[in-house]
Design a protein around this ligand. Structure first.
Ligand SMILES: [Zn+2]
Ligand SMILES: [Zn+2]
Length: 550
């Protein structure tokens, strides 16, 4: 599903529409603002806005049209809405079902799932590069999608809004599959163009019923297909028309009229001509399964399924948020043993390696809370797993870099939690604790900057200093990383990191003293060759020794 906006659409907005939009957005003083409430999904009595944008299809690399046509306008609106203090959730993602995905998979010789994973990541990376401010970038191939699509289906079924009809379709005997849209090619019945598809002719632009194609060929094996009948389900739109008409009138004439002029004109012309039954099932494998007996080998048509992506992506995000929230609200005093399996599930590679930054952040917050709630006996036992989790935390803490980022509050929560619980201390027991700490210190020195408040910097200190004071040893690598920031050029280049390094040395001076003495003695008496093989280390050691920072 793609939408295209033309310049005319933009220019055509009437001044009344602009005025009405403006007045809609002038919130009165007594409305609860989002900034007063941390992390509430829906603020009761407040203004809650859910923003989505047309879901880009995953069978190709995104182009500027994806950004300009949908993602960017939603981004601008989301930023505006947040600035107004409105509780805003911008959720979007990739549209992954349909014949185009199946086709692309056959082309590249992989499964549709693999195609989706590949292009999901490409899309996500590009929108991230453009710094699009969505709260969550999901996908339509999830359990939530299936659950919601089937739930809507069952309600239509119970209320008798579905019709059964037998349709004639092309079937390839060799591939043993029905040839939907793009799986069949032939001559156009209107203009004779020889590469017309089963749904449309690219030359004359006319819609085609596949069985009318002349000399049809299976696109996969070139076999001539046969006509076979197949039973399908149709949404009984004529039966729904009176209700739709009533709703259309009510919503377009009310004070809270959100319809654009274009949408109103198109909808009213459809209603005027009378709605027709529309098929909601297909003889395909890649899609949301139809749950009704007799149709279980079919999937939902994408026109029915894809719009459900908006609620399902939002639901997927909210589920993770609920999990994070559940751990956030737990206290150490309660019996939380029933949540241990979930805590273990969250530490699986599926989450720790998840391509979505938003998912990783929510999971990091939840796991940080797990360490708080179950301290000192976190349910993670295996040293390799503990190491994996803490390296994952380090990776997430990168998000602290920009305090103006929409998700900064959450990164701050993660930092505060890790600092307060002293969770990194668990790593002291690990064999490669010093290497983990070196990575953590390096990262914090790298990201700390003048936009950080004292509160943020103090939590950074609280997280780092116990790792020196309470550890059995301090590696020369870690000493170098700290000293490196109290001498030039780093001292001048990054004043905040310099401040942090000086504070760390002040707070840990008793513990550090013997390590520093042996570090310098070693460096001076044995020369820099002791660090042979470590080029960075050599330079750092000599710089530190010759500049006499102490
Ligand atoms: Zn075939
Ligand atoms: Zn044609």
């Amino acid at each position: 599903m793609e939408s295209e906006t033309t310049v005319n659409d933009v220019v055509d907005i009437a001044s009344e529409e602009l005025e009405s939009a403006f007045s809609q957005w002038s919130i009165s003083e007594d409305v609860v603002k989002a900034e007063d409430v941390v992390d509430k999904r829906v603020i009761p009595g407040g203004r809650n806005v859910l923003i989505t944008s047309a879901l880009p299809y995953v069978n190709n690399v995104p182009h500027l049209g994806n950004i300009i046509g949908s993602i960017l306008s939603a981004d601008v609106f989301a930023r505006y809405s947040r600035l107004k203090g409105v509780n805003t959730l911008y959720a979007t993602g990739t549209d992954e079902y349909g014949t185009a995905t199946e086709n692309k998979a056959l082309e590249e010789g992989v499964t549709p799932k693999e195609i989706c994973d590949k292009y999901y990541k490409i899309h996500k990376d590009i929108y991230d590069w453009f710094d699009i401010s969505y709260d969550y970038f999901g996908r339509t191939t999830t359990e939530e999608q299936t659950a919601i699509a089937q739930q809507i289906f069952w309600r239509l079924h119970e209320n008798q809004y579905l019709l059964e009809e037998v349709t004639q379709q092309l079937h390839c005997p060799k591939c043993d599959r029905f040839l939907a849209d793009r799986f069949v090619e032939g001559n156009c019945p209107f203009c004779d163009y020889c590469e017309a598809r089963g749904d449309q002719c690219d030359k004359c632009g006319k819609l085609i019923n596949a069985i009318e194609l002349k000399e049809p060929k299976c696109k996969l094996c070139s076999t001539t297909p046969q006509i076979r009948s197949s039973k399908h389900l149709f949404l009984d739109l004529p039966k729904l028309q009176p209700k739709i008409e009533e709703w259309f009138k009510e919503t377009t004439q009310s004070k809270e009229n959100y319809w654009s002029q274009t949408a109103k004109v198109i909808a009213s012309s459809w209603l005027r001509d009378g709605l027709k039954p529309r098929c909601i099932t297909r003889d395909l494998k890649w899609g949301t399964p139809v749950p009704l007996e007799g149709f279980t080998d079919k999937v939902f048509y994408v026109w029915y399924d894809a719009p459900i992506g908006y609620p399902s992506i939002t639901a997927h995000h909210n589920k993770l948020k609920d999990i994070a929230m559940a751990y956030q609200q737990m206290s150490q005093e309660e019996d939380n043993s029933s949540f241990i399996p979930l805590a273990l599930y969250l530490s699986s590679d599926y989450f720790l390696e998840h391509p979505s930054r938003d998912v990783r952040l929510l999971v990091a917050c939840a796991i940080a809370d797990v360490f708080r709630v179950y301290a000192p006996n976190a349910p993670y036992q295996h040293p390799e797993l503990i190491k994996h989790i803490f390296l994952f935390f380090i990776q997430q803490l990168k998000g602290l870099q920009d305090p103006k980022d929409a998700t900064f509050k959450r990164y701050f929560y993660l930092l505060e939690n890790l600092a307060w619980v002293k969770s990194f201390n668990i790593c002291i027991e690990l064999e490669d604790s010093q290497s983990i700490f070196a990575q953590l210190f390096s990262l914090i020195f790298k990201i700390v900057n003048e936009n950080h408040s004292d509160k943020v910097k103090n939590f950074m200190l609280d997280m780092l200093t116990p790792l020196i004071i309470e550890a059995d040893t301090v590696s020369s690598k870690l000493i170098e990383i700290i000293l490196w920031h109290i001498i030039d050029p780093k001292k001048t280049m990054n004043k905040q990191a310099n401040w942090l390094a000086v504070q760390i040395l002040k707070k840990t001076n008793k513990t550090m003293e013997p390590y520093l003495v042996s570090y310098f003695t070693n460096a001076i008496t044995h020369g820099i060759d002791d660090n042979a093989g470590d080029i960075d280390g050599d330079e750092e050691t000599s710089a530190v020794v010759y500049q006499k920072p102490a």
